[in-house]
Design a protein around this ligand. Structure first.
Ligand SMILES: CC(C)(COP(=O)(O)OP(=O)(O)OC[C@H]1O[C@@H](n2cnc3c(N)ncnc32)[C@H](O)[C@@H]1OP(=O)(O)O)[C@@H](O)C(=O)NCCC(=O)NCCS
Length: 331
């Protein structure tokens, strides 16, 4: 029997309607379109304005988009993984709620949190379950309502992040398509540079933590930038080398959308032509767990069966890595 690999067989996505442009941000904090564009590549982001809706809403809409496009019967889904850094609630799994709402009534489900690397790590997890032979349909959702943890008076962070969700279905493949190799890394040295200090077990919420804005994202941008540039480029280059892939062999770079300059640096190290570098950061900003599936959904029609995709991500923790996947279908 040939080896089972895990292939992506369908994708879907959702972004909220409200568009927060650089021009609007200029009226909120001391910043300007030129600074944001040249430093990050971002022009606008989507924001989920409805205060009664959490990350699950983004995940449900993305999964429903996938289900409608692919025709997959949700009751046949074995497992739902929800990659997110902004669960609806603490303790109660967001994945379980999403699975029930989309009709994945026979699935088991759980959340996976690795900051901006959540979806990348989730790809590894989904693939391992498929490759084990035990499960046939694993739905991986990446969604984040970043606006729920951003301080819109802090110009260092509020210009970067946006809300969104995306989904990918993993199924067994016997033609050798799907996930080929992965190189995943982490280093706890990063925990002080990108984090939310309050609300966890180290600093439970109090009136004081709220008053001192300890429940918002804090980022030492310069340090994160430095680590992100070198680490994302290192792992991407390494995964190419150990799979004997030249820049001609790589069809697409699917990189976490945190900053255009970080993506460009990774592409340069891989000696990739710009035309192979997928980019939608200008429209969505950094949607954390949703960046990779939003790229897959936006560029799905350009992918051909057999294309070599290199995924790369970097995030809080620090967490980072690269995955080599062969695309399995023509849209
Ligand atoms: C956040 C980031 C865009 C800032 O860019 P930078 O070139 O490092 O800018 P700095 O933080 O050094 O700030 C440079 C100057 O611009 C100012 N500045 C910061 N934010 C600004 C804004 N939104 N508008 C205008 N000026 C701003 C700073 O105050 C600083 O001024 P100073 O020199 O007078 O002190 C960049 O560090 C970055 O992208 N970091 C990584 C982010 C990331 O990838 N995070 C997620 C990982 S998953």
């Amino acid at each position: 029997m040939s080896k089972i690999t895990a292939a992506i067989t369908a994708v879907g996505a959702y972004v909220p309607e409200y568009v927060l442009t650089n021009e609007i941000l200029e009226t909120m904090v001391e910043t300007n379109d030129e600074w944001i564009t040249t430093r990050t590549g971002i022009k606008e982001r989507r924001i989920l304005k409805d205060p009664d809706k959490g990350t699950s809403y983004l995940g449900i809409k993305a999964a429903e988009d996938l289900i409608n496009k692919s025709g997959v019967d949700p009751s046949e889904i074995d497992m739902v993984i929800m990659a997110t850094a902004t669960p609806d609630l603490l303790v109660a799994s967001t994945a379980s709620y999403v699975a029930t709402k989309i009709g994945a009534t026979n699935a088991f489900s759980y959340d996976l949190q690795a900051a901006c690397s959540s979806f990348l790590y989730g790809m590894s997890t989904a693939s391992a379950y498929i490759a084990s032979g035990k499960y046939k349909k694993v739905l991986l959702i990446g969604a984040d309502k970043m606006s729920s943890i951003i301080d819109y008076t802090d110009r260092a962070t509020c210009i970067i992040f946006g809300d969104g969700g995306g989904a990918a279905l993993f199924e067994p493949n016997e033609e050798g398509l799907g996930l080929q190799d992965e190189y995943l890394r982490s280093d706890g040295v990063g925990r002080d540079f990108l984090r939310i200090e309050g609300g966890g077990s180290l600093m439970p919420p109090t009136a004081e933590t709220v008053a001192n804005k300890k429940h918002f994202v804090y980022q030492d941008g310069k340090t994160v930038f430095k680590f992100a540039v070198s680490n994302m480029a290192d792992v991407s280059e390494r995964i190419m080398q150990r799979n004997n892939l030249s820049h001609d062999d790589v069809s697409w770079l699917v990189a976490h959308q945190a900053n255009k300059r970080i993506i460009d640096a990774t592409a340069r190290r891989m000696q990739l032509d710009d035309s192979k570098v997928l980019m939608n950061i200008q429209r969505y900003g950094n949607t954390t767990s949703a960046t990779l599936p939003l790229l897959l959904n936006d560029f799905e029609k350009r992918f051909k069966k057999g294309d070599n995709l290199i995924f790369a991500a970097f995030g809080g923790g620090f967490t980072w890595g690269s995955i080599y996947l062969k695309w399995a279908y023509n849209a």
